[in-house]
Design a binder for this molecule. Structure first.
Ligand code: ATP
Length: 252
């Protein structure tokens, strides 16, 4: 691989005596969407949190955009953080702010743009995320689950990230809303040239958005490749994962 956006080597994660990851290696190429799957508790969300610096690994190196995370000054770190965005499972929107104010929040923190420009940009991101302009003045509690996800996506796009992290983006959505959200993620990632790191249990999301799938088993990325290849691997967990009716529908 030529130009990995994320390069992880020899990662070990440990909580007390509980070893979650050991000798975990991963490369994510620029512009690809990678879906991370694995049994519940295998450390998918922890891996995401480590890449964005919310958790420290016990051992190993994590490079993002060619910079080793634990070797950066806080200033360098701040500059690097502007290049990625995270959409957490619950959306993590500020409930007391309108959608527009939520999308403006990262701009206020990281830029010196005028208020007028921030508002215009925020409204543009809201439209990009597939919401209508009437949504900008609403608070999260006034939105449906699907609309809240879109608002969270709009906020994630606020600073034009090159790398987007999505933790269970379609969790809690009905299949039609989830499918539309998957389409939006795919369209935006291709149009904007985003690299996407996606944690999901949703087989339809894997099929419609991911270029490659990374499977965490036995504490490391045991398998990585396109969905059709992964689905055919002779491994008990993979067989079980893909053997239900939905799994078969995705693979056939
Ligand atoms: N801050 C923490 N302190 C202690 N243990 C933790 C912490 N965060 C996560 N863990 C443990 O690490 C393991 C991996 O957690 P993680 O949430 O990454 O799993 P996951 O693969 O995302 O699971 P799921 O698919 O159920 O969401 C779990 O056993 C969890 O209990």
């Amino acid at each position: 691989m030529s130009d990995p956006v994320i390069h992880i080597r020899g990662l070990k994660t440990q909580f007390g005596s509980h070893v979650v990851h050991e000798n975990l290696d991963l490369e994510v190429e620029r512009g690809e969407t990678i879906g991370v799957i694995g049994p519940s508790g295998c450390g998918k969300s922890v891996l995401l949190n480590q890449i964005v610096g919310l958790l420290q690994p016990a051992e190993g190196d994590i490079e993002v955009f060619g910079h080793t995370l634990n070797q950066l000054s806080s200033r360098e770190r701040h500059a690097l953080e502007r290049r990625w965005a995270v959409m957490f499972q619950d959306g993590a929107l500020f409930s007391n702010l309108t959608v527009r104010e939520n999308v403006m929040a990262p701009m206020r923190e990281h830029t010196d743009l005028s208020l007028t420009l921030m508002k215009e940009l925020a409204d543009l991101k809201v439209l990009m995320a597939g919401l209508t302009s009437t949504a900008v003045n609403k608070r999260p509690s006034e939105l449906s689950g699907g609309m809240r996800k879109r608002a969270a996506l709009a906020r994630a796009l606020a600073l034009d990230p090159e790398l987007l992290f999505l933790d269970e983006p379609t969790a809690g959505l009905d299949p039609i809303t989830a499918g539309r959200f998957d389409e939006l993620v795919r369209e935006l990632s291709k149009t904007l040239g985003l690299t996407v790191f996606l944690v999901t249990h949703d087989l339809d999301t894997l099929k419609s958005t991911c270029d490659r799938i990374a499977v965490i088993l036995d504490k490391h990325i045991k398998y990585i490749g396109p969905l059709q290849e992964i689905a055919r691997i002779d491994d008990p967990w993979i067989k079980e994962y893909f053997s239900g009716p939905r799994g078969r529908a995705v693979v056939d």
